[in-house]
Design a protein around this ligand. Structure first.
Ligand code: NOJ
Length: 743
């Protein structure tokens, strides 16, 4: 006889009571079932998962995005199992679903949490049509190594920017009410330190001193926990010798004990079994033991829990309380999602795929994510009325799939509008468009098509090159050791440059690239990341001045890959470089003595600066910052300070600027970064308009884990800068004085 949820005690009361009541009814096998998540991506999952569902031995599935199949699995779980517990249905909905918004690294370039929130909302609405109720996003790993392919999925190098964007993404997916139609559970990943993979090689070991972990890598996770994220996923990597999936310090001490986090902790794909491959355990049984005792509630795509939790419990190695806590966390989320009341999905109750609103959100996100890196002689914007013809060249000008980027399982290239299509539409009959793809893909070598491309450029008033990386060159397990433009793209640029026509490079890529080869060969560079479904229209609007670029770099662009890791929030060293003291290799006199180059911290062949700094991004307007002011020159622990400056649009077009506040703590119990982003704000300014930008900081915002590993702000002198990038030079100083109050 089938039993429905309505027949059981756990159908009433508040969520905690219902969880407790349900747990009391469950067998051990059913509890372990809730701790199990299996792949449902092939064939008909009802065939190979049905029996598990009926016997209550499966709590969630992943990789399924089809309403009929999901509804059928839910029906089996709810109607044919003893306790009728519905399923969590998880999917990697990373940056959009069918409608794809820019890569997270591109969203971060908007420096606008609304972009992340709205994009996640659109993704949730589309994903929910298929019965997906849990996404594995946001990825909030700090990544300071553009070789790492997963920097594409990150919000870049900065803990504060990542915290803000990550929390906004959680809000977008989850809304105010997880039980509402169209909201889905989010998952903060990969806890923790995954982005510090040695050599930027995915899955490689990480070595992160505890202070660095706490000051740099953990804050975005704390922000996600505070934003109410439903789940955490453990990282694949080894963290200081203890792989994250078996790391009690991270999963128990920090996450549960210090932060009081009560959501689900899920492993990464098969990462429990991999504890053995890492060399942390001797076999699967020990792996299961390590993961469950560290605090992993759900095993993704593995069977160590299925096979070993019961024997471990019977042998007294683990306690039933741990199993109850883990299964309880899963049940709690199911109640919060309203799955017991309504396990089924009605796609018609949700907006259609690719709705007008979804496309508008995707376009707005793409517009704000594009960063104008350079614009020599104001070659941009192109003035359509003044152009008789334009050459559109390159492998990424008209590729509806590649512009979507990595992690787009459900992305629909059919919805994409490519740059070529958008440029043609925008120019209409006004100007001829000569299109030459020139390269089969971003990795192709030079060939006869380069001549054709040069001819097209030579015959046109301007050339726009669509260069970069195909989507397959970034993302999980897609790291690169050379992060310059692949294939013979630099050669293509030189060939077009030789025509003497204005050259604009639009670069679509999943990571910061070393553009040193081409930066002097082009007039302007728009860095568009992988901009998603509406990348084409956004780029066209920016090229032709319908909109002004407003993105800012969320990660430093090195000159050479050998500079990596290079990031703005570095510490000073005892011998910081200065322009006078950093003599470059070609300037060293023959026979020079050892000390001739100045003994400062830099590379002889790359200098000490990046090619483009964190926070950099140009506009068609001209922004000026003046009159930095402080509400006080001294504050006590527990006080706030207001730091303000006048921001003026001194140009002749309306545009948006991202004003940024950086702070340096000059002397601490441990050394502090030379600058740290503390606040930012995106502001629209009309030509000639001045706005007084005010940022409020509490001394909490200046706290860090110092010598005693406690989070506190320390008395002393601080510098503050307000400006348009991490190289801002408008500076003021204040002090925190010791009022003995503590923080
Ligand atoms: C492995 C990835 O590391 C993780 O980010 C993803 O969510 C899971 N696979 C599930 O696909």
């Amino acid at each position: 006889m089938s039993v429905t949820t309505a027949d059981t005690q756990h159908a009433t009361g508040d969520i905690e009571q219902r969880v407790t009541a349900l747990l009391a009814e469950m067998t051990l096998a059913e509890k372990i079932g809730q701790m199990t998540q299996l792949d449902a991506s092939h064939g008909n999952p009802a065939d190979y998962l049905g029996e598990r569902l009926r016997s209550g031995r499966l709590g969630s599935v992943l990789n399924l995005a089809d309403a009929d199949t999901v509804n059928e699995l839910q029906r089996i779980a709810v109607e044919e199992s003893r306790l009728g517990i519905p399923l969590l249905v998880a999917r990697d909905v990373i940056h959009g679903f069918a409608t794809v918004v820019p890569l997270p690294i591109g969203q971060a370039a908007s420096f606008n949490p609304d972009i992340a929130r709205d994009g996640a909302r659109v993704a949730a609405l589309e994903a929910a049509r298929t019965g997906v109720n849990w996404t594995f996003a946001p990825m909030i790993d700090i990544s300071r190594d553009p070789r790492w392919g997963r920097i594409a999925e990150s919000f870049g190098e900065d803990p504060y920017l990542t915290s803000v964007m990550g929390a906004a993404t959680v809000e977008g997916f989850q809304g105010d009410d997880l039980a509402a139609v169209g909201t889905i559970a989010a998952c903060a990943k990969h806890f923790a330190g995954y982005g510090a993979a040695e050599a930027g090689r995915d899955y490689a070991a990480t070595y992160i001193p505890e202070r660095e972990l706490r000051n740099v890598h953990l804050p975005p996770f704390k922000a996600a926990a505070d934003a109410g994220v439903a789940a955490f996923m453990t990282s694949f990597s080894d963290v200081n010798g203890v792989p994250a999936t078996g790391n009690e310090f991270l999963l128990r001490q920090v996450l549960r004990d210090e932060w009081g986090y009560e959501g689900i902790v899920v492993s990464d794909w098969d990462s429990i079994r991999q504890l053995w491959i890492h060399g942390l355990s001797e076999d699967d049984r020990e792996s299961a033991y390590l993961a469950v005792t560290a605090g992993v509630d759900v095993e993704m795509a593995g069977d160590t829990y299925i096979n070993h939790l019961e024997p471990l419990l019977n042998d007294g190695e683990i306690d039933i309380a741990r199993i109850d806590a883990a299964a309880g966390n899963v049940l709690r989320l199911k109640y919060e999602l309203g799955l017991f009341e309504n396990p089924y999905t009605d796609p018609d109750a949700l907006p259609p795929i690719g709705s007008e609103q979804a496309l508008a959100t995707a376009k707005r996100a793409a517009l704000q994510s594009v960063v104008m890196l350079q614009n020599e002689n104001s070659v941009l914007p192109l003035i359509s009325e003044e152009l008789a013809s334009v050459a559109v060249i390159g492998p990424l000008a008209d590729d509806s799939y590649e512009q979507l980027g990595t992690w787009i399982f459900d992305g629909d290239p059919g919805l994409s509008v490519t740059p070529l299509e958008a440029i043609r539409k925008l120019l209409g009959d006004g100007a001829a468009v000569r299109y030459v793809k020139a390269m089969e893909n971003s990795r192709s070598k030079a060939g006869p098509a380069f001549d054709e491309a040069a001819e097209a450029a030579g015959a046109s008033d301007a050339a726009i090159l669509f260069l970069g990386e195909e989507s397959i060159l970034s993302g999980e397990a897609h790291s690169r050791a050379d992060i310059s433009l692949p294939g013979d793209q630099a050669e293509l640029v030189r060939r077009i440059r030789a025509t003497g026509k204005p050259v604009v490079a639009v670069i679509l890529a999943g990571r910061p690239l070393t553009l040193t080869d081409i930066v002097d060969e082009v007039d302007a560079i728009l860095f568009a990341w992988h901009p998603g479904t509406m990348g084409g229209p956004a780029i066209a609007d920016l090229l032709f001045g319908i909109e002004s670029p407003s993105g800012k770099l969320p990660a430093t662009f090195p000159r050479m890959v050998g500079q990596v890791p290079i990031y703005y929030a570095q510490r000073n060293t005892g011998k910081p470089a200065t322009p006078e003291k950093a003599m470059l290799i070609d300037d060293i006199p023959v026979g020079a003595k050892q000390t001739s180059v100045g003994n400062v911290s830099y590379h002889l062949d790359a200098g000490y600066k990046p090619l483009f700094a964190f926070g950099h991004g140009l506009s068609y307007a001209e922004f000026r910052y003046d009159n930095i002011a402080l509400s006080a020159s001294e504050i006590s622990i527990g006080d706030t300070i207001i730091i303000s400056a006048d921001l003026t649009n001194a140009g002749d077009v309306a545009a948006e600027e991202v004003a940024q506040l950086y702070v340096r703590d000059l002397a601490g119990s441990t050394t502090r970064p030379v600058r740290e982003l503390k606040r930012f704000r995106r502001i629209h300014l009309e030509p000639g308009q001045t706005v007084n930008v005010r940022f409020e900081l509490h001394t909490h915002d200046l706290a860090f884990y110092g010598r005693d590993m406690k989070l506190a702000a320390e008395p002393g002198e601080f510098h503050a800068w307000i400006g348009g990038s991490s190289e801002a030079d408008l500076q003021a100083s204040f002090r925190i004085v010791d009022n003995q109050a503590g923080d």
